[in-house]
Design a protein around this ligand. Structure first.
Ligand code: GDP
Length: 479
């Protein structure tokens, strides 16, 4: 562990020049960019009367390191696709989720009443599909920001009477950033004012070209309200699933992600888990994020008690010692002793390190990350006051050429910087550039919490200059 003088100054809430002076008094000539080793750091901290605590960086993905048991290819079998529904507000996401559930879940399940556990499964042509029940890209990207990749396929709902709207574009960019295939559900086809051609035309501008026009994006006209086209939509999901060949090994210990969790008065900690690999059994010793326990009871999406759950199955479990968060990963262990000791250590570390803290890309550390070979793409989100300026900034950014790193623009839009932009940036390790716009209050708070680098500018060449300098390691540290 080492820090530069400037970094240490920031942590101590002092001016870097003050530290340089102090070092000089202690007999060392240093610059603000000089690296201090452990001894140097301790020396200064001692002088300020501050105790040095080593920072432990953990994030819940590191749980997976406990999962690297031998894999047998032959045990890999097809698993259901996991689908998230996204789209602009009022375009029919909730209605679509409800209507899929109504038409399919109860088939063959006499009187089966669906229970809201955050996800559900339907059966189509003897195959299952898993739907995440929280529509929208906020939940999707929050999970991704926490290190979980849950969704296999995105259904983008676009109302045929309204066309592509700002949140449609946001959803497209969130899905693209996650590299998840997109199927378009052109909804509200029952309306006389429905104009599917316009939807296709507008989506083409975002790189989603229908097969009929020579592209490879699947468009399905539907009416979430009267059920028309839904069977077709489900078949298309199966088709994409077959092409992508999602697989898992039901014979191994389970691994997956928390979909939602809460504290229930009677039952204690209740968590909906999506099993992503392996099979989860009642009685399994388990570590979930920073909590642990033994699976006491398991309930499926029909409210029935089950003893085991295979890949892509959502189940609600009890038996954890604390409430985990959506997006936390879980892993089953062979014995309870190990699960307990790892769970307890993680809980302690989490307390110390304040959960989720990670190094995000910023223009200040960009060059370092590039040097260490950690960065190949610099992901950028551009927000601006008018379409013309957004396009101009994006175009100029793409012209920057510095060896070793590519600029990748993952989202552009007109308007203030929002919380959704910041979440996308956090999930995609991106920086946000605001051109003649500022972050709103929520975005500001989120950017602080997630340590997302937000840069505000009014002149294009300043944007370019700043990024170029950062890429070349010439940026003066900011204080
Ligand atoms: P969400 O905000 O995307 O979840 O949208 P909702 O599912 O809440 O739907 C918004 C409104 O559009 C509601 O009044 C729905 O009844 C209506 N709606 C949704 N799907 C359809 C459809 O296929 N046809 C018609 N005519 N209305 C729909």
């Amino acid at each position: 562990e080492s820090l530069t003088v400037a970094e240490l100054a920031k942590k101590l809430h002092r001016e870097p020049s003050e530290l340089v002076k102090k070092l000089f008094m202690l007999g060392t000539m240093a610059t603000v960019n000089q690296e201090l080793d452990k001894d140097g750091i301790e020396l200064i901290c001692a002088d300020y009367g501050v105790e040095v605590e080593e920072e432990i960086l953990i994030d819940s993905t590191d749980l997976e390191t406990y999962f690297d048991e031998e894999q047998n290819e032959a045990d890999q079998i097809e698993r259901p696709s996991v689908v998230t529904i996204m789209g602009h507000v009022d375009h029919g996401k909730t209605t679509l989720l409800d209507s899929i559930r109504k038409t399919k879940v109860t088939e063959g399940e006499a009187g089966g009443i669906t229970q809201h556990i955050g996800a559900y499964q339907v059966e189509v042509n003897d195959k299952k599909i898993t739907f995440l029940d929280t529509p929208g890209h906020a939940a999707f990207t929050t999970m991704r920001a926490r290190g979980a990749k849950v969704t296999d396929i995105t259904i983008l709902v676009v109302a045929a009477d309204d066309g592509v709207m700002p949140q449609t574009v946001e959803a497209i960019n969130h899905a693209k950033a996650a590299e998840v295939p997109i199927i378009i559900a052109v909804n509200k086809m029952d309306k006389p004012s429905a104009n599917p051609d316009r939807v296709m035309q507008e989506l083409t501008e975002h790189g989603l070209v229908p097969e009929a026009w020579g592209g490879d994006t699947i468009f399905v006209p539907v009416s979430a309200l009267n059920g028309e086209g839904i069977d077709n939509l489900l078949e298309m999901i199966l088709l994409v699933g077959e092409v992508e060949e999602y697989k898992a090994n039901p014979k191994r210990r389970a691994l997956g992600t928390v979909i939602e969790a809460e504290l229930d008065k009677g039952r204690g900690s209740v968590a909906t888990l999506l099993v992503q690999d392996g099979t989860l059994n009642v009685g399994d010793p388990i570590v979930v994020g920073y909590t642990f326990g033994r699976v006491r009871a398991m309930v499926n999406d029909l409210g029935r008690r089950v003893k085991s759950a295979g890949p892509s199955t959502p189940v609600e479990i009890t038996g954890l010692n604390d409430v985990p968060q959506a997006g936390d990963r879980f892993v089953v262990f062979e014995d309870e002793k190990t699960a307990r000791s790892i769970g307890e250590t993680r809980a302690q570390q989490a307390l110390q390190a304040q959960r989720g803290e990670k190094t995000r890309v910023s223009l200040d550390n960009l060059f370092e990350q590039m040097k260490q070979g950690e960065m190949k793409d610099l992901n950028v989100i551009v927000k601006g006051d008018v379409q013309g300026s957004v396009e101009a900034v994006a175009a100029s950014l793409l012209k920057i050429s510095v060896e070793g790193v590519n600029i990748k623009i993952i989202h552009t839009a007109v308007g203030a910087i929002t919380e959704s932009d910041v979440t996308l940036a956090a999930a995609s390790n991106a920086i946000v550039i605001g051109f003649n716009v500022r972050p709103d209050a929520n975005a500001k708070r989120a950017a602080d919490a997630e340590q997302v680098d937000v840069r505000l500018h009014r002149i294009i060449y300043k944007v370019i200059e700043e990024i170029e300098s950062a890429m070349e390691g010439l940026l003066d540290p900011e204080f």
